[in-house]
Ligand binder design. Structure first.
Ligand SMILES: Nc1ncnc2c1ncn2[C@@H]1O[C@H](COP(=O)(O)OP(=O)(O)O)[C@@H](O)[C@H]1O
Ligand SMILES: N[C@@H](CC(=O)OP(=O)(O)O)C(=O)O
Length: 451
């Protein structure tokens, strides 16, 4: 049995939907389908999830959301109409949208989560309606009925272990497709909470593990996972096979094609992931598999990273002799609920690297003031234009000369590397660089290893 997840780009309009329907139809093993919300139809378009965020914000501001509801409903209705589904058969979608503000929510954050989740919740309903209309027996299964239980933040939830006991009770039938909405679950108190953005991939992986799928097919809008972001490197090499841990490193560092939290359920259930293009389903795509028995054929598998980082540098003479100084720094970050990405350190120095999305308002000044007062460093500097470059490959483990090859390729282009972190993981090398050099650095390292 296969679990198939279709991304927002694959369900953006009737034509894309038709590719997805044909994929479902063409293989009776594709019995569990996971939908995202309709994504962008073209450059400059807006995802339904983002329209729902606008809708939630309008309601929270005490405004009338009717115009946005009409805009959202039109997206679903147009897809239905493409298949000849009558407006009356999708009318329930509009009613559900209009009823959203009338429900009780424990807080504005939970209201926002519930609104956002309806992109996928309504799309799974629509997919079931379309498939049944085309004579393919299909049933919508809400996350509540499936038993997807989540805890944690309403916009960044974590799946609870009991979900897998609940999923074990689901009976699959040969003559029926089950259509699940991606991206959200229900808290023990019965409220909707979503995973992080891109989180329909996570639902697909949870279902693949819980329903013991042979493979988790993740359909998207590219032919494969490429060795570098195609927006930065022209025609990058497709990756045929890679390991879970390579994917985990790369997806957490910018390979947005697969949400990085989707790896854990697949690893736990040892379900291989096949990333494929909805528009070209006959191409093999990329297989993501367990590292057991995997034999790398190249030194490097992928080059990821991003330009949206910042670094806080602290120097304190004899810091290494003080017990607990790092703990005190971390406590300051904890007080501000601030997550950091990496913290390379030396005898007297520590650099703390943040994703800039974390640094809202005047939190940097507040943290610096507290570090100054409690740690009294000799130097405290903040770099707002930091980029991280992550080079990953099972093939680099215990292989001499990989860092040297990367650094000399960057040096030839006069790209300065203020930080290199190697050793925390055997299969990755992380480099801190200046934001302005980021794209060039990806291209240079790609040329060095793939051309
Ligand atoms: N290394 C990479 N290989 C393939 N795609 C990548 C890579 N890095 C970033 N991407 C981007 O990921 C996109 C697919 O992910 P996403 O937009 O989340 O898809 P979906 O809507 O199917 O969930 C591609 O269109 C591509 O722009
Ligand atoms: N629709 C949600 C979840 C998701 O997975 O979307 P997509 O498949 O378009 O990445 C989002 O936009 O974040």
């Amino acid at each position: 049995m296969k679990v198939c997840k279709f991304g927002g780009s694959s369900l953006a309009d009737g034509k894309n939907y038709e590719h997805a329907v044909n994929i479902i139809k063409s293989d009776p093993e594709r019995r569990v389908i996971v939908t995202s919300a309709p994504g962008k139809r073209h450059n400059g378009d807006i995802k339904v999830t983002d329209l729902l965020i606008k809708y939630a914000n309008a309601i929270l501001a005490g405004q009338d959301g009717q115009t946005i509801v009409d805009e959202i409903f039109a997206r679903y209705q147009a897809i239905g109409a493409y298949f000849g589904v009558l407006e009356k058969d999708v009318e329930e979608i509009k009613e559900i949208l209009l009823a959203l503000p009338k429900k009780d929510y424990p807080s504005a954050d939970y209201l926002m989560a519930a609104f956002k989740a309806h992109g996928e919740r309504l799309n799974a309903r629509l997919m079931a309606i379309v498939l049944n209309h085309l004579g393919i027996k299909a049933r919508f299964v809400d996350a509540k009925e499936a038993g997807i239980v989540v805890t944690g933040r309403p916009d960044d939830a974590t799946v609870a272990a009991e979900t897998y006991d609940n999923l074990a009770r689901i009976k699959l039938r040969d003559d029926e497709r089950l259509i699940f909405p991606g991206f959200f679950g229900y808290t023990p108190a019965g409220n909707i909470a979503t995973f992080a953005r891109g989180g329909s991939d996570i639902t697909g992986a949870i279902l693949a593990r819980g329903l013991h799928a042979d493979v988790y097919e993740n359909f998207t809008d590219v032919d494969a996972i490429f060795a570098a972001n195609p927006a930065i490197v022209k025609d990058p090499a497709p990756i045929k096979t890679m390991t879970f841990r390579e994917m985990r490193e790369l997806s957490s560092a910018g390979f947005s094609v697969l949400q990085n939290e989707a790896l854990l359920p697949a690893i736990q259930g040892n379900v291989k992931i096949n990333v494929k293009n909805t528009a070209h389903p006959d191409l093999p795509g990329t297989m993501v598999v367990s590292e057991n028995g995997f034999h790398p054929t190249s030194t490097i598998t992928g080059i990821a990273g991003g330009p949206n980082f910042a670094a806080l540098y602290l120097h304190k003479y004899l810091q290494n002799k003080e017990v607990g100084s790092t703990l005190r720094i971390l406590n300051i970050l904890k007080r501000h609920n601030l997550r950091y990405e990496h913290m390379p350190s030396g005898i007297d120095d520590v650099t703390i690297i943040f994703n800039k999305d974390e640094l809202q308002g005047d939190v940097v000044d507040q943290v610096c003031n507290e570090i100054q007062a409690e740690i009294q460093p000799d130097r405290l500097e903040f770099y707002g234009n930091y980029a991280l470059l992550e080079v990953v490959g099972e093939g680099m483990a215990e292989k001499p000369g990989v860092s040297a090859a990367i650094l000399s390729a960057l040096a030839k282009e006069n790209i300065y590397v203020p930080m290199i972190n190697k050793g925390a993981s055997k299969i990755s090398i992380m480099l801190g660089i200046n934001k302005k050099d980021f794209n060039k650095a990806v291209q240079v390292v790609y040329q060095r290893f793939f051309k």
